[in-house]
Design a protein around this ligand. Structure first.
Ligand code: HEC
Ligand code: HEC
Ligand code: HEC
Ligand code: HEC
Length: 433
């Protein structure tokens, strides 16, 4: 007998096919189920509605306890690093050259290192640099009350009000309202001076990417600025750009002078803390798209929740979290950071020696009745140019780490200008040929 060409499939194969069909249907149903689930929410769902520009961070903290509790931790950071950290070291005592360099400026009396965000109000109220003439403008980067006050009274009126008067309306240190829009929690620019400065360069922050905002939000405060005119209006000198040369050009064009140096007689500019300008001047990290928040507010875990730590501090205190997010060899990059900082510091001290020599030589020459006044004036201009460059790096907070090549370039040019100032002051005493 011939075997039938079509074999009946054995029982096991029928069973297998049935299982496959059942599994496929099951998976499809499961996928449909997953797709229809609500998107997972990071953290906890909002509990309360926050008023626009709410100055009290504790209110926002009801919805976002992790961000709030880490913000509060900035009050208690005390650990020092070689060049940073959170202790208010008196820079004047650490480096007496600064007394000569800042002669005639309040910084020669009191110049402390910065501390955590939660201390901003205490520290601005305690500094010996305050006087009856101090304008309200000094509160511009210290308080979460500002966005609401600026909206209600306008920045012009705020800045014109004396510091002591403004104190009555300012109760909260830096907080959520300085960086976030209530409820959407979007990062926003809250300082009108930053908005104006960006517009002057043809930039509109509303078009910035999220990653750009993670840097620009810090530029609300960590920048060079000055108080313009009698009304002491807060202005960022960025119209020509944000490099030190652009900023010097701006001040020269506007004839702005912070103070007259009591020893050299030069018309000086005091730099504030151009962290944003130095970092964004084509540093390796900036060009690679790294943001301030990547290093200073790294993601942290609390149980199952991942959030940005709001305990903003020196990244060298917890390099595994800060640098380790991108670098596999953390010890190597931390060591590189130390080498960079030491190198910038040594170079900066040589620049200070050159500045002190220039200041003393100008003072001696200027006292001599035979000195050529035109050359003394030239020497003073060189002193101003040298010192504002040095100060751009000295007042910046990272001891060059944010942009090592730019820091060393600027210090080299500052030393050169200071030595030229000294030579010009000596030349002023030589009889005309
Ligand atoms: C690649 C990482 C990185 C990025 C990006 C970065 N920083 Fe830093 N920052 C550092 C390091 C490292 C230090 C040095 C800390 C020290 O010396 O203890 C520092 C120091 C500081 C300090 C002084 C801290 C202290 O302890 O006194 C401030 C303020 C600061 N940075 C602000 C900023 C701002 C604003 C930006 C963006 C414009 C920025 N940083 C971008 C790594 C970074
Ligand atoms: C100095 C500016 C600054 C302050 C002050 C600030 N934040 Fe943030 N916050 C940021 C930055 C930068 C991010 C990262 C945003 C991103 O990645 O888009 C962030 C992220 C967040 C997020 C998103 C989730 C996360 O953790 O990444 C929440 C929620 C938040 N902040 C809540 C708060 C609350 C609440 C306060 C006040 C207690 C506060 N923030 C104060 C800058 C700030
Ligand atoms: C509203 C203004 C404001 C904003 C916005 C702001 N800062 Fe600050 N920041 C300050 C002031 C003022 C201090 C110094 C406080 C003091 O010394 O009491 C400071 C201090 C710091 C310090 C030193 C902390 C320490 O322990 O020494 C770091 C680091 C820092 N800021 C980084 C950042 C970064 C990164 C951002 C953006 C995510 C940012 N800040 C946004 C005003 C601001
Ligand atoms: C968000 C990612 C990110 C974080 C966080 C980060 N880095 Fe980097 N870092 C980079 C990238 C990208 C480069 C460029 C690498 C390249 O081009 O080879 C770089 C380069 C460097 C370099 C070489 C710089 C140069 O000029 O050649 C050093 C040093 C360094 N990082 C140190 C640090 C330290 C210290 C920290 C922590 C405070 C840190 N980085 C945090 C991404 C990061």
């Amino acid at each position: 007998m011939q075997a039938s060409p079509i074999k009946k499939p054995p029982m096991t194969i029928i069973l297998l096919a049935a299982i496959i069909v059942a599994l496929t249907v099951g998976i499809v149903l499961l996928l449909i189920f997953i797709k229809n689930q609500a998107a997972p929410v990071r953290g906890i769902a909002p509990l309360v509605t926050i008023q626009a520009m709410e100055p009290n961070s504790a209110e926002w903290g009801k919805n976002f306890p992790n961000q709030y509790s880490t913000l509060l931790q900035t009050a208690d950071n005390k650990t020092r690093t070689t060049y940073g950290g959170s202790e208010p070291v008196q820079k004047i005592e650490a480096d007496p050259r600064l007394v000569t360099i800042f002669a005639g400026n309040p910084f020669s009396k009191d110049y402390k290192d910065d501390r955590g965000h939660q201390n901003a109000l205490i520290d601005v109220r305690e500094t010996n640099r305050l006087s009856d003439k101090t304008p309200g403008t000094c509160y511009s980067c210290k308080s979460a009350d500002n966005p609401k006050l600026w909206a209600n009274m306008g920045m012009e009126a705020y800045d014109k009000t004396p510091f002591s008067e403004m104190s009555k309306q300012i109760n909260n240190p830096i907080g959520c309202a300085n960086c976030h829009e209530a409820n959407t929690m979007r990062l926003i620019i809250t300082n009108p001076a930053l908005d104006t400065a960006l517009k002057a360069q043809g930039k509109d922050w509303h078009t910035f990417t999220r990653q750009e905002m993670r840097t620009v939000v810090c530029a609300n405060c960590h920048v060079e600025y000055y108080f313009q005119g009698e009304s002491k209006l807060l202005v960022f000198p960025w119209k020509n750009g944000t490099t030190i040369e652009d900023i010097e050009k701006y001040y020269t064009e506007n004839g702005f002078v912070d103070w007259t140096h009591t020893t050299s007689g030069a018309s000086m500019i005091k730099m504030q803390h151009p962290d944003y300008e130095l970092f964004s001047a084509s540093s390796t990290h900036y060009n690679a798209g790294v943001s301030c928040a990547d290093c200073h507010m790294p993601y942290t875990r609390a149980g199952a929740v991942k959030f940005s730590t709001h305990n903003v501090k020196s990244p060298l205190l917890e390099p595994n979290t800060s640098c380790g997010a991108c670098h596999t060899d953390v010890d190597y990059v931390v060591n590189r950071a130390k080498i960079i900082q030491n190198q910038v510091h040594t170079t900066m001290i040589s620049t200070e020696d050159a500045l002190v020599a220039a200041i003393e030589t100008i003072a001696t020459s200027a006292k001599d009745p035979k000195a050529d006044p035109a050359k003394i004036e030239e020497a003073r201009k060189l002193h101003r140019s040298a010192q504002l460059r040095w100060d751009f790096i000295a007042a910046e907070n990272s001891m060059g780490f944010h942009n090592p090549t730019e820091a060393l370039r600027i210090l080299a040019s500052a030393t050169d200008l200071a030595r030229k100032a000294q030579l010009k002051a000596l030349e002023a005493l030589q009889p005309a040929k």
